[in-house]
Write a protein that binds this ligand. Structure first.
Ligand code: IPM
Ligand code: MG
Length: 356
């Protein structure tokens, strides 16, 4: 039986997780896959109960499961804690312990939402791109790291940007494979004019292309220019591949082009094994109010069906159901505009399930 670890987490995480499971259960009824679930506490919720954002038991469950669904982690309640036990460490710990090095963040415009974007219609209409972010290296995990006291009483903070050839090669392959299922166009993002690590990045990505993927149209762009091009002419991008820190920043930017960060799912993969999360955070300001948008979570389940369980047929059914509900004019608060019908978290989940 396919096993899914449910890490609901903090803030709106638990609310949107419920809707995601509801949708997956409806799919299960239709396609008879037989999913089983196990709850696995993570983040601030886990810290409050067990004194750590990533309990051993959660890690064991995540390792055993075929796929992990993660709601969101973090919130003001835990912001003062030491770095080592902050909710975010739970998420980073899962990524690293499971070696989930390939983070896929699609930014796709749903036609009915084109006016929800802060950019002009003609700039964003039809956007369909995916950011492939390396997720287990770079400044996030590089050593040395930390803050030390100097003899003169001042302090010195250090993080290390580091990538090895194999790390770059494997993420480049993921990007090229995805590009083969799309328009064979990849743009690799670096800062090779200043940072040696990313000069190596550029060299290795180009090498993999030349040796193994000659059919791919590969270009390179500096990260500052990419940040600018994303708002100037985003439709020039199809697959974008980049390191952990640049990918963190650019994927937020790319997501916002589509109007709402509440719409976008993500997958963090190592082969078939994957962790699936909505890319929005825990949104503590609206937690518990029943108004959060569950669509990113529901679409994360679609990605799970596609990448872990090889059921792109079922994934398409979910995506079509979401599109239909939007077409009919139903909106959560974050994507609401006058003339549409405002609904809450549970109602949005029910509407999508009805279309399944
Ligand atoms: C993301 C988030 C995380 C990251 C945080 C919550 C640690 O911003 O998934 O993009 O920086 O990777
Ligand atoms: Mg981020």
């Amino acid at each position: 039986m396919p096993l899914i670890a449910l890490c609901a987490g903090d803030g709106i995480g638990p609310e949107v997780a419920v809707e995601a499971v509801k949708a997956l259960n409806a799919i299960d009824k239709k396609f008879k896959i037989g999913f089983e679930y196990v709850d696995a506490p993570v983040g601030g919720a886990a810290y409050d109960k067990f004194g750590t954002p990533l309990p051993e038991e959660t890690l064991a469950k995540a390792k055993k499961a075929d796929a992990i669904f993660l709601g969101a982690v973090g919130g003001p309640k835990w912001e003062k804690l030491d770095y080592s036990v902050r909710p975010e460490r739970g998420l980073l710990g899962l990524r690293s312990a499971l070696d989930l090095y390939a983070n896929l963040r699609p930014a796709k415009m749903f036609a009915p939402l084109v006016d929800a974007s802060t950019l002009k219609r003609e700039i964003v209409e039809g956007i369909d791109m995916v950011v492939v972010r390396e997720l287990t290296g770079d400044l996030y995990f590089g050593k040395p790291r930390g803050v030390e006291k100097l003899p003169d009483g001042t302090k010195r903070g250090v993080n290390t940007m580091v990538y090895t050839t194999p790390e770059i090669e494997r993420i480049a392959r993921v990007a090229f494979e995805i590009a083969r299922k799309r328009s064979r166009k990849v743009c690799s993002i670096d800062k090779a004019n200043v940072l040696e690590t990313t000069e190596l990045w550029r060299e290795v990505v180009q090498g993999v292309r030349d040796k193994e993927y000659p059919d791919i149209n590969l270009s390179h762009m500096y990260v500052d220019n990419a940040a600018m091009q994303l708002v100037r002419a985003p439709k020039q991008f199809d697959v974008m591949v980049t390191g952990n820190i640049f990918g963190d920043i650019l994927s937020d930017e790319a997501s916002m082009l589509t109007g709402s960060i509440g719409m976008l799912p993500s997958a963090s993969l190592n082969g078939k094994k994957g962790m699936y999360e909505p890319i929005h955070g825990s949104a503590p300001d609206i937690a518990g109010k029943g108004i959060a948008n569950p669509i990113a979570s529901i679409l994360s389940m679609a990605m799970m069906l596609e990448y872990t369980f090889d059921r792109s047929d079922a994934a398409r059914v979910i995506e079509n159901a979401v599109a239909k509900v939007l077409d009919k004019g139903y909106r959560t608060g974050d994507i609401y505009s006058p003339g549409t019908t405002k609904v809450g978290t549970v109602e949005m989940g029910d509407l999508i399930v009805k279309e399944l």
